[in-house]
Design a protein around this ligand. Structure first.
Ligand code: COA
Length: 388
């Protein structure tokens, strides 16, 4: 039995800031952001979106009535969760109207969380082949205004249905992973912004990649020639390219050309959305599958997942016949191109607008947010969600 990704849904907030404009405001050469870091647009989440609403909005794109019957496990991977105790997955389960005989949990390990969720889901499906697992990576990346990390912020969610005999990507058994104690990125419990040692983080991302790649090759007997494309967790689109270049000498000129060309295509959505932490690798996968029209079924796609702190993993999947029919390509490109560009002033105001931390109530105006599921306020310390 094959197990893998059956459907992929995407949600990105309807607002974005232009990286050229942000660079000018920060007195930085725009090419540092657009070429040096490789970002064009940065999605901005209004206060009416959080990790839960974005997760549900992504899942609504893929979950139909038949799936609702089959889903018995909901895993929300996030590092911008809304509660220290209760799993955001329970709100997701409720807002999607799933049946009660399901497990719902939240998973955390920085940007690696959704990969851990997929591996857990694979085990679950192996035991329960008729069921489906809903895995969602949903995050708002916040480093702070005028910080070095600011240009690598973003917001959004990718929802995936994991099941037997999948329609999109059958995940292979080989998988190489590594954990090490590294303080490259973290978010103390009192802070709503991440702390980062950017240089260390870049180094570790590449070091973990070469480590798990070597381990994977030894385990599988495969090499660069066996991959149509390698997808990456992308905090910014230059990052994965650096890692890919670190192993490029192993292949032929043809391998280098194919993998680099497909790398650029896989980074297109990430360039337009920014860092979505847990969902970034899967946004990269989605971008490759939707924007590279002639990617052949039966070919192998590599996935490199990295979560600061740190855990890294390399695994792979085989593209299934008719995989493109499962993807709402036009809908995604339309929703990404029809977003509203906001000024840097508006972005800064939205960034500073946060929920009360003293237990007081707030009612939010959801009329300006076109998303189906929104945060409508906080009452008695409980978030109030609406499905329009
Ligand atoms: N034109 C073109 N490129 C330019 C440029 C210009 N005018 N000015 C600078 N650059 C390039 C630099 O050469 C560098 O490229 P390189 O990395 O290939 O050498 C790149 O832009 C970034 O410049 P740098 O000075 O290193 O940026 P920084 O110190 O301000 O911050 C990050 C860089 C990305 C590390 C920082 O944004 C960060 O901390 N991000 C969050 C953490 C993260 O994403 N970690 C990755 C692992 S998950």
């Amino acid at each position: 039995m094959q197990i893998g990704i059956d459907k992929i849904g995407l949600y990105a907030p309807h607002l974005y800031v232009d990286m050229n404009k942000l660079a000018v405001r920060r007195n930085v050469d725009p090419e540092k952001f657009t070429i040096g870091i490789g970002q064009e647009k940065m999605a901005v989440a209004p206060i009416t979106q959080d990790a839960v609403t974005m997760a549900v909005n992504a899942a609504l794109e893929i979950v139909d009535d038949k799936d609702k019957e089959a889903i018995d496990f909901v895993i929300l991977a996030t590092e911008s969760g809304i509660d220290h105790s209760k799993a955001g997955a329970i709100y997701v389960h409720h807002l999607l109207g799933l049946h009660e005989h399901a497990r719902s949990v939240e998973l955390k390990q920085a940007c690696y969380g959704a990969t851990a969720a997929i591996q857990m889901a694979k085990g679950h499906i192996a035991l329960h082949p008729d069921s489906k697992v809903l895995v969602i990576g949903s995050d708002i990346a916040r480093y702070g205004l005028a910080t070095a990390g600011e240009a690598t912020q973003g917001a959004g969610a990718v929802a995936m249905l994991i099941g037997a005999d999948p329609d999109i990507l059958a995940l292979e058994e080989n998988s190489a992973f590594k954990t090490d104690e590294v303080m490259d990125f973290w978010r103390p419990i009192h802070s709503d912004k991440a702390l980062v040692d950017g240089k260390l983080s870049n180094e570790q991302y590449i070091a973990f990649f070469t480590n798990v790649w070597e381990q994977y090759k030894a385990q599988s007997g495969l090499g660069l020639a066996d991959f149509a494309a390698i997808t990456f967790h992308l905090p910014y689109t230059k990052m994965g390219k650096k890692a890919l270049k670190a192993v490029m000498d192993e292949g032929t000129d043809d391998d280098a050309e194919r993998l680099m060309t497909n790398y650029q295509i896989s980074a297109e959505y990430n360039r337009m959305v920014g860092n979505i932490y847990t969902g970034s690798l899967y946004l990269n996968v989605l971008s490759l599958l939707e924007n590279k029209e002639d990617l052949q079924p039966g070919t192998r796609i590599g996935l490199y997942s990295y979560g600061s702190g740190a855990v890294g993993e390399f695994f792979a999947g085989i593209l299934q016949p008719n995989y493109r029919k499962q993807l709402p390509v036009k809908q995604h490109s339309q929703s990404l191109t029809s977003r509203t560009k906001i000024s840097v002033d508006d972005y800064e105001a939205i960034f500073e607008e946060t929920l009360p931390t003293d237990g007081s109530e707030v009612t939010l105006d959801v009329s300006a947010d076109p998303a189906e599921v929104c945060l409508a306020g906080v009452k008695d310390d409980m978030r109030q969600y609406v499905r329009k």
